[in-house]
Design a protein around this ligand. Structure first.
Ligand SMILES: C[S@@+](CC[C@H](N)C(=O)[O-])C[C@H]1O[C@@H](n2cnc3c(N)ncnc32)[C@H](O)[C@@H]1O
Length: 480
């Protein structure tokens, strides 16, 4: 089995391909059914009254509807009496006889959680991170799949934050359910006594301040001599200015994952995070000398792990195209995901929120303009054979003022006389002394050749700093 590998895809399918009894620890931090879209956080320097554009840049969505897919999923699990989540799904069926967004979410989660017991070693553990939106129901799913007798802890992660609801108590905690494969489970009590998150401290020296602040709640002060830790953990979320922050929404603190990895795995063991986001678990496992497998369905998340978090290590990535043929297959197989993947080939671009009715815009980026408001750069992706009418339509979106520059991304290079005419008609955009075409052609073929589109420097999505386009087509490192 391949280890230390990041999979781009649905964890349901990836987990299906992993061997039995191979994993020591599974940590999952799936969508919480928050009914929100998680937008990519942009640096403060990029502000300037254009919040609507920013809101378009979505890392992943967490809204659930009752639809045909949900109904099929539920029917499958309701009929299959031997399905590990069968009993939970039947119970929810009583609660939601006509379906609901919550039922859709729970059946999606149940389908994936049900894959996990097979993967765990007999000594293995699973930590499910969620919040009070659905924690009460998810515990029923976990009981159904792992057995209520294997429930070990409900960990309450408490943190501070800003803002209070007018007529409710402040909501300041998440829930982490800890279950084990059986009674013979690994638990490294001594590793989680006392000194708090030493690997995280070593990694982010500046972070010690935050950890001490967490100590205000008592963690550090209650535990000076290595007291047996309790099931409530005071760990501060990542501060806006923290070096740890990668700009990926819902990023969890490394200190939280360090504690989980320490408690329930040994060096050399295997840690799986099927909803890995920007890879906090992966980094904790790596720092603590565990092997790891990460999975995420968002091409943007995979890019953050590859280009930012683990940039010094040439990590293996599976499930994303490695050549033009792979990209063409991907475009046919899954056009929406292909579009997201294709726009994120250009560093600085984020995929557009809507999959349909997106007005011909598949991704957006900001052109770096010092302290001034950054002009917009948009992209459209064509996975199939492009037609000149679609290029003209895209060009008219740019001409209409939607953006300073538009990038039209095709699979193969596309350079006919009518394309050239379109480009020259679209005119130019001046940055300093340099003129750039307002309509820019770019292809996945060029991406695999390591060629960059001709664009002004784009603003880094997180820091707002100017970034160099840095095209690094993914190649599997030797030995994988
Ligand atoms: C709450 S975030 C995880 C954040 C992560 N713990 C971190 O620290 O960065 C949930 C992630 O699950 C991913 N996701 C949603 N459905 C998925 C699926 N079926 N398979 C794999 N990943 C999925 C989303 O793209 C998102 O990145």
């Amino acid at each position: 089995m391949k280890k230390n590998i990041l999979y781009y895809g649905d964890c349901l399918e990836v987990m299906e391909g992993l061997p039995d009894n191979s994993v020591d620890l599974i940590y999952l931090d799936p969508p919480f059914n928050s009914k929100a879209d998680y937008n990519i956080l942009f640096g403060a320097r990029q502000g300037g009254g254009d919040g609507d554009d920013l809101a378009q840049l979505t890392a992943f969505t967490d809204t659930w509807e009752w639809d045909e897919k949900a109904a099929l999923r539920v029917e499958m699990m309701t009929r299959a009496v031997s399905h590990p989540a069968h009993r939970a799904i039947r119970a929810f069926g009583e609660l939601y006889p006509d379906g609901s967004g919550m039922f859709s979410y729970l059946s999606y989660m149940a389908e994936r959680i049900a894959m996990m017991p097979r993967l765990l070693k007999d000594t293995g553990s699973v930590y499910l991170h969620c919040d009070p939106t659905a924690s009460h129901y998810l515990k029923i799913v976990m009981d159904s799949v792992f057995g209520a007798k294997n429930f070990r802890n409900e960990i309450v992660w408490c943190y501070r934050g800003a803002g209070y609801p007018k007529k409710d108590f402040g909501r300041r905690h998440d829930i982490i359910f800890r279950y084990t494969a059986g009674d013979d489970y690994l638990f490294n009590l001594d590793a989680v006594r006392g000194d708090y998150a030493p690997a995280t401290k070593a990694r982010f020296r500046h972070y010690i301040g935050n950890v001490r602040k967490g100590g205000d709640y008592g963690e550090q002060s209650l535990n000076p001599k290595g007291k047996h830790p309790d099931d409530w953990w005071a760990i501060q979320p990542i501060a806006p200015s923290s070096k740890e922050r990668l700009g990926y929404p819902t990023q969890k603190p490394l200190a939280l994952l360090e504690r989980i990895v320490q408690a329930s795995s040994n060096p050399g063991g295997l840690v799986l995070d099927p909803f890995c986001g920007c890879g906090t678990t992966i980094e904790a496992a790596h720092l603590l000398k565990r092997d790891w497998i990460g999975i995420d369905i968002s091409a943007y998340a995979i890019e953050v792990v590859r280009r930012e978090r683990m940039r010094d290590l040439n990590i293996s990535i599976a499930g994303i195209p490695k050549d033009l043929k792979g990209a063409a297959d991907f475009a046919k197989r899954n056009p929406f995901d292909f579009e997201k993947w294709a726009v994120t080939r250009i560093p600085g671009f984020a995929p557009n929120k809507a999959q349909r009715g997106d007005g011909g815009i598949d991704g957006r980026a900001r052109i770096f303009q010092g302290d001034k408001n950054h002009s917009l750069c948009i992209a459209q992706v064509k996975g199939g054979a492009p037609g000149i009418d679609s290029l003209r339509a895209f060009s008219s979106i740019i001409a209409g003022g939607a953006a300073a520059i538009g990038v039209f991304i095709t699979l193969e290079k596309w350079e006919t006389p009518s394309v050239k005419k379109c480009i020259s008609q679209a005119g130019t955009f001046k940055r300093g002394e340099t003129k750039f075409n307002r309509l820019v052609m770019y292809s996945i073929a060029e991406y695999f050749e390591g060629a960059e589109p001709k664009l002004p420097a784009l603003a880094h999505p997180r820091t707002g700093e100017a970034m160099q386009a840095e095209i690094r087509p993914h190649q599997t490192p030797p030995g994988n």
